[in-house]
Ligand binder design. Sequence first.
Ligand SMILES: Nc1ncnc2c1ncn2[C@@H]1O[C@H](COP(=O)(O)OP(=O)(O)OP(=O)(O)O)[C@@H](O)[C@H]1O
Ligand SMILES: [Mg+2]
Length: 324
Amino acid sequence: MISTRELTKDFVVSRTETVHAVRGISLDVEPGELVAVLGPNGAGKTTMLRMLTTLIAPTSGTAKVAGYDVTADPSRVRRQIGYVGQGNGAGHSQRVRDELYGQGVIYGLDPRSAKRRTDELLDSLELGELAKRKVSELSGGQRRRLDVAMGLVHAPGLLFLDEPSTGLDPQNRANLWAHILRMREQYSMTIVLTTHYLDEADSMAERVVVVDHGEVIADDTADALKADLAGDQLVLTVAPGNLSQLAELAHKLPGAREVVGDGDRLTVRVADGPKALPELIAASQHYAVPVTAAQVLRPTLDDVFLNLTGRSLREADSTGKAAA
Ligand SMILES: Nc1ncnc2c1ncn2[C@@H]1O[C@H](COP(=O)(O)OP(=O)(O)OP(=O)(O)O)[C@@H](O)[C@H]1O
Ligand SMILES: [Mg+2]
């Protein structure tokens, strides 16, 4: 469905400054995949999406989207896809229902289908009560929901969503996801989205592509990324004076890393926490090291990013430009 080779975008900002926003990304997405693109502010996510949706031209490299080349055949590409940009796309003075209906007609739906889709989307994104309001009168979260509805109205086979859920409250985030997943099922949609919500990427996408400084630095299932790169953390508390003995035992666990003691508390990183913890407890009993509490902490995608870059995704974010 998507195939890029060495896709690159440089922005020439001034005679002395060029921003290398996307640096040679090669990516393949199969039909039906749901891919989350994750990365700090300024990583190049939006720039990549804008190239794939033909809104900006690549500086070099190639991209085929839905069977067509983005440079040679942009209008064919556009007909196959839906795109919800990071900013607000909807107009200002139109009413919500008219805006959505009009979008459906522009995308080639017959009036009856356009009306049906409009009603469905107004309902599932909880915009029904706002149908007669002007777009300019909506709150930020309400506008975001309308933007997403606009991208979904013609039920495209391939949907790009740039931070669809940013600015939505938890209830509306959940509704939005329910709708996206339902649409995906119904129309066998392929979906590429960006998000800053790590939990969202983790639980919703089967595949997570981590982008940093314009490059793909990891691409796998969330579980595999976490298992390969971060591993589980064991946290144990010992009776005073026994920490070094426990640390010694922890070092002997297969693949043990990052053995850190602090007061009565020991942490150690292992590949498989639920398997390693009983082994460590058994060893501590054997050598009469009194462990008083123990738990396994599963890694988050933030741990994965930290492991890959030495920075936390949250820290990297706060140093970049303001989150949109
Ligand atoms: N039109 C432009 N002109 C110059 N530089 C740009 C332009 N658009 C983006 N950039 C720069 O390219 C880099 C990548 O920006 P991009 O918007 O793709 O990041 P992003 O990963 O989407 O970030 P965010 O999470 O904040 O949305 C940034 O350094 C940005 O300042
Ligand atoms: Mg962006």
